[in-house]
Design a protein around this ligand. Sequence first.
Ligand code: NAD
Ligand code: MG
Ligand code: MG
Ligand code: MG
Ligand code: MG
Ligand code: MG
Length: 336
Amino acid sequence: MAKVFYDQDVNWDVLKGKTVAIVGYGSQGHAHALNLKDNGVDVVVGLYAGSHSAAKAQAAGLAVKTVADAVAAADVTMVLIPDEKQADVYQSEIKPNLKPGSALAFAHGFNIHFKQIVPPADVDVFMVAPKGPGHLVRRTFVEGGGVPDVFAVEQDATGTCFDLALAYARGIGGTRAGVIQTSFQEETETDLFGEQAVLCGGICQLITNGFETLCEAGYQPEIAYFETFHEMKLIVDLMYEGGMAKMRKSISDTAEYGDYTSGSRVVTPASKQAMKDVLADIQSGAFAKDWLLENRAGGRAHFLAMRRQHAEHPLEKVGAKLRDMMPWLHDADQKD
Ligand code: NAD
Ligand code: MG
Ligand code: MG
Ligand code: MG
Ligand code: MG
Ligand code: MG
């Protein structure tokens, strides 16, 4: 079992008197910046000229500079812009201003693990990655709690990088909930696998196949939507709260019996083999190469075509219509 680190395991002194540059003020950026600031850390936000986020950050009482100036002023630079943009911004604005003995930090391992960013040997390199979206990182912090993080040390130039990573995790509230050590490799590969095989790719395709099966058998799409999609949230909420056992306790015995007898007929050993193939493409770098090429050469043509195609699926059309009958769902959109 992994060791879990809490507030009392943190040497907070390593962050004292230091300036942290938060590059990017999106989902993670705003949460890291505000939580650190509330913990008394000197924070400067780095954004490109004309960024819409600048006014928001200033209104929250944060100093905003160009990325170059923020990095030049910083002892710790946390890179929180979209992963596919990080390498370019690193080359043009971060690298030329990175002070020897300072730290370069990330919330996802992609660019370091796949060598899109190769930091100089004289800086610390660490990761603190919250296991939740930024609005939750901020909200739980304000409420006195925190979202668990994983953290990793890739390069320890100063001899204090481990302590610094843990202090940063405390700064954003992570050690209130508990943080677990990982490596850039483990975090990157497992994150990509989870989102591709299970959380995003796997679940969306499972739902789509279920919806199509009912529609092709002549059932009404509205009914198919409720049975294969809408109820997913109720089921996942129960699993999230209390494991599969809590979900199975809550459903009928009929549903539970069908769960055991049919689940493995649908998601078969062949699916598991396909998962292993997906993992192999992640581990070999084939997926990363493909995605980076898509961003560089193709102007994202294939990505945008797939986005359009998936948005036009009948499941999405009927879903939008039915969700309009449930206005409280739109309220939930706004809540976070
Ligand atoms: P985001 O898309 O929400 O925010 C990106 C921010 O970067 C925006 O403020 C944007 O204005 C800014 N930006 C874009 N280009 C820029 C440039 N050239 N110079 C300066 N600023 C620029 O991003 P996010 O979802 O917060 O992701 C940031 C990092 O956090 C990524 O590495 C991601 O993998 C990681 N992460 C995200 C989540 C999540 O739930 N969103 C969770 C854990 C880790
Ligand atoms: Mg993830
Ligand atoms: Mg991810
Ligand atoms: Mg039902
Ligand atoms: Mg039951
Ligand atoms: Mg039922």
